[in-house]
Design a protein around this ligand. Sequence first.
Ligand code: PMP
Ligand code: GLN
Length: 390
Amino acid sequence: LAADDGSTRPTIFAEMTALALATDSANLGQGFPDADGPEWIRRIAAEAILQGENQYPPGRGIPALRESIAQHRLRHTGIAVDPSTEVLVTAGATEALAAALLAFTGPGDEVVTLEPFYDAYAALIAMSGATHVTVPLRHIDGAFRVDRAALADAVGDRTRVIVINTPHNPTGTVLSADELGLIADVAQRVDALVLTDEVYEHLTFDGARHHALAALPGMADRTITISSSGKTFSLTGWKIGWAVGPAPLIEAITAVKQFLTYSGGAPFQPAIARALAAGDDDILELRDSLADRRDLLVSGLRAAGFDLVVPGGTYFVCADATPFLSDAAPDGAAFARMLPGAIGVACVPISAFCRAGSETASALSSWVRFTFVKDERTLRTAIDRLSRLG
Ligand code: PMP
Ligand code: GLN
């Protein structure tokens, strides 16, 4: 990794959380819940520790968890997978992404992602030695949508992997069936693999429907679906994630994973196995409460004077800070770094999700991301402070 590509600096999330703590700010920067997931799930992990689930679990994950992941997938997408060969438990979605990119790509290959993109993608693509090519999500008619012509142009003979993310961090876009169809077409045209990062699969609002790319015709054989219990059960620190896909691809990812962490999360695996098997009550409760908190933050940001895109999913809302820019804070990055000290609110600039100097970085240079996965009091404090801007 070249030190000058930015990958060795603390992430924007760590930087903004440190700034939030130093300024006693309402931290709407880093996306993690400030209320832990269901107590009954946490008790299972606590019991597992006491009962002796403290040594290395199997490298692919404990059978009960792989079985639950397969059942959960069947229930939600209609896709049947073999838990013994087509499911791999990983240290969060992050390890699944890392192991897959290292397994499938190297120097000379191109990896296509949407832009803006979750920051880890750029760093992991750099680690693999591949070249990162991006397709803009464009801000059109109050939404962020895939630029179809740019997608067709970006994907070519050197494209080895296309990484998509739906529901999308940071924009909150839930990719439509049409957009996914287009991605499936280009992937098949050039015989590329697709990694689909679906960590927010359950966090959609207003009836927006999450579509699983792997269910599209011709995609089952070339798609690795990545998800994580962190977002679904508000247990982000447990780092229990997974990759699901065709056996030969899972085999290749496992080969890399065994030398990254080998295995992990012994007491958490049985807890997540039970959580996934338990039905959807907890998931639906989280989704409904997040929808209310999204509405609260959206109306607060609008009242403060921000233009924004109402997200169909995720933890995040993106807003244009143009009305508040000045010589001292001329863009979203400067605004985000100024805000904690000035009024006690932290957010994250969208430029952190873009390649330096890219067309998207410039189109969204005044935009910032706020998270609403915080308790109502923190959100109200932030809204009150933001109302004093301008
Ligand atoms: N992908 C996306 C789009 C994310 O937003 C995040 C983190 N919140 C991750 C992957 C990482 O997930 P995990 O914590 O399970 O590694
Ligand atoms: N995914 C979280 C976010 O987007 C942060 C995770 C991290 O700190 N790496 O805010």
